[in-house]
Ligand binder design. Structure first.
Ligand code: ZN
Length: 324
């Protein structure tokens, strides 16, 4: 109920009622509503600035949690970097050294990401720096891990080739120690047993009874036809080991293999005999590297203790008569 208002009219000296038009009423109401709305609006803004709504509280907690997770992630990336560095160290300083390969240059390992800003889409946020840094570290680690894994592929290849090489290189005695009478004559200048002249003896003679097994000293392929006897070597076998290595086994009583046959180290390829220019049953054993006959003494150290090795060196270097 609106109040009735009066005013004092000096002319008529009486109180008169103030007449209010409909417009006045409307204007007053409108003013009131506008003021109320303005206050309400200010109130909301103030509350919004200084008081957290439940939703804001929730979002802030989410944000804090996310920041925490990023920090944890950063620590874990640090750990990963240490593990990766250790792998790189072992790769360069152990594995590659074993296989006589060059280490991977640092310029490749540490290569960055050139060109345009690849983290542009991460910019413009409060946490941009943290997120960008994490993304960058992850990219670097991913790239380094990739380079490392490629390097290990190389190392595996090298190991595979190395094991083939190691299997091929002659490295055992062709006659077992238990069957060996003695190493009668070594590599070097010897008196030829038949021609009685000083002559280069191009192998080592192992004396053993006729029929003693002779072993292939490395993996390879038989490269001659053992059925064809020669005046000098009698019945003999040549094995091509690859990598420039060949071995020859002479004066056999009988060969156990045929031309083109693959043989493994330790496989019996024939038996000791006295064929060709030989004065007593023995095996004449040669090692040939790139077509040059070299001293086989350096190729069966596997079978010998250091003392035996020394003894063999002395024995085989004495200038006695060879069995040829
Ligand atoms: Zn000989």
């Amino acid at each position: 109920m609106s109040k009735v208002k009066y005013y004092y009219d000096q002319r008529s000296l009486s109180y008169k009622r103030i007449e209010r038009s409909a417009w006045d009423k409307f204007r007053n109401t409108a003013l009131f509503i506008t003021a109320a709305a303005l206050f309400a609006f200010l109130g909301i803004i103030l509350a919004d600035t200084f008081v957290e709504s439940p939703k804001e509280k929730y979002l802030n907690r989410e944000l804090e949690n996310m920041q925490l997770q990023y920090r944890v992630l950063k620590d874990r990336l640090d750990d990963l970097a240490v593990v990766l560095e250790d792998m790189q160290y072992r790769d360069d300083n152990i594995y590659r050294v074993i296989f006589e390969a060059d280490p991977i240059p640092n310029s490749i390992r540490r290569a960055g990401f050139g060109g345009a800003n690849r983290y542009e889409n991460l910019e413009g946020f409060d946490n941009s720096k943290m997120i960008k840094e994490t993304a960058r570290r992850l990219d670097i680690l991913t790239k380094q891990a990739y380079i490392q894994s490629r390097s290990f592929d190389d190392v595996i290849d090298m190991a595979r080739n190395k094991s083939n090489l190691l299997a091929a290189i002659p490295s055992i005695q062709p006659i077992a120690n238990k069957d060996l009478t003695r190493i009668a004559s070594g590599f070097g200048f010897r008196i030829h047993p038949i021609h009685k002249i000083r002559k280069l003896h191009t192998g080592i003679d192992f004396t053993a009874p006729t029929g003693t097994p002779i072993y292939a000293t490395g993996d390879g392929v038989v490269s001659n036809d053992p059925r064809k006897r020669e005046a000098g070597y009698g019945t003999f076998v040549v094995i091509d080991h690859g990598y420039g290595y060949e071995t020859l086994y002479g004066h056999m009583s009988k060969a156990n293999v045929r031309i083109g046959q693959k043989v493994k180290r330790g496989q019996i390829i024939g038996f000791v005999g006295n064929t060709g220019t030989s004065t007593a049953p023995h095996l004449h054993y040669e090692v040939i590297k790139n077509g040059v006959k070299i001293n086989p003494i350096n190729f069966f150290y596997n079978d010998l203790t250091p003392e035996e090795y020394e003894e063999v060196i002395i024995m085989s270097s004495q200038e006695n008569q060879s069995f040829d």
